[in-house]
Design a protein around this ligand. Structure first.
Ligand SMILES: CC(C)(COP(=O)(O)OP(=O)(O)OC[C@H]1O[C@@H](n2cnc3c(N)ncnc32)[C@H](O)[C@@H]1OP(=O)(O)O)[C@@H](O)C(=O)NCCC(=O)NCCS
Length: 175
């Protein structure tokens, strides 16, 4: 049976990642502008998309056939007090359109949270998404995240300021 796994990006993923940052894949919820092949290659060479305060992994479907890349997840540090004690992670995800709606987004975000709780001392993983992004809000809830409230006009996207719904998962909470 097919399952989802997360793995670091390689140079073989550059074309896939360029498409991941295109409006065809990102719009409307994650569209913040194009990302060039040069920029992606530079970051791959710099730190493999795995720095101390941020990261980016390929979401892959594995099963009987060859692994298929179906999206990417990312995270960055959010400090709610002087670091490092109060450091948490804010996570994000984009699946390619043809692989949405199969539960993979739920699974990938759960796997990412488990990865961060396993490899860092963070107590809190958070995620924010447009208040109107029903699929992501449901995926986060299914992954065990709790709704915390609205971040008013927190994100500039699509030519305007958007309200975000904030969710969190605390270490030890069940999925
Ligand atoms: C958001 C996203 C990660 C969700 O992953 P997914 O694999 O498509 O979602 P799942 O199959 O795990 O479904 C999660 C829930 O959302 C619902 N859902 C899925 N697509 C939906 C849609 N287009 N509209 C409304 N609800 C939807 C599912 O029915 C399910 O809810 P349920 O448990 O009540 O049935 C994925 O759709 C995606 O990458 N979207 C584009 C990028 C994006 O919005 N990223 C987050 C921005 S911060």
């Amino acid at each position: 049976m097919a399952d989802v796994r997360l793995r670091p990006a390689t140079r073989d993923d550059v074309a896939f990642l360029v498409r991941q940052y295109s409006p065809e894949v990102c719009a409307p919820w994650n569209w913040f502008g194009f990302r060039s092949e040069t920029d992606i290659l530079r970051q791959l060479d710099d730190d493999g998309f795995l720095g101390p305060g941020h990261g980016n992994l390929i979401v892959e479907l594995v099963g009987e056939a060859d692994p298929v890349p179906i999206g990417n997840v990312s995270w960055h540090a959010v400090d709610h007090g002087p670091p490092p004690a109060s450091r948490g992670w804010n996570v994000g995800i984009t699946l390619v359109p043809e692989w949405r709606g199969y539960g993979h987004g739920t699974r990938a975000q759960r796997l990412l949270a488990e990865h961060l709780f396993t490899t860092t001392v963070a107590e809190r993983v958070e995620a924010s998404t447009d208040v109107e992004n029903t699929a992501e809000r449901r995926a986060l809830e299914r992954a065990g995240f709790s709704y915390e409230g609205v971040l008013r006009r927190a994100q500039f996207r699509g030519g305007g300021w958007r309200d975000l719904a904030l969710y969190s998962l605390i270490r030890g909470e069940a999925g």
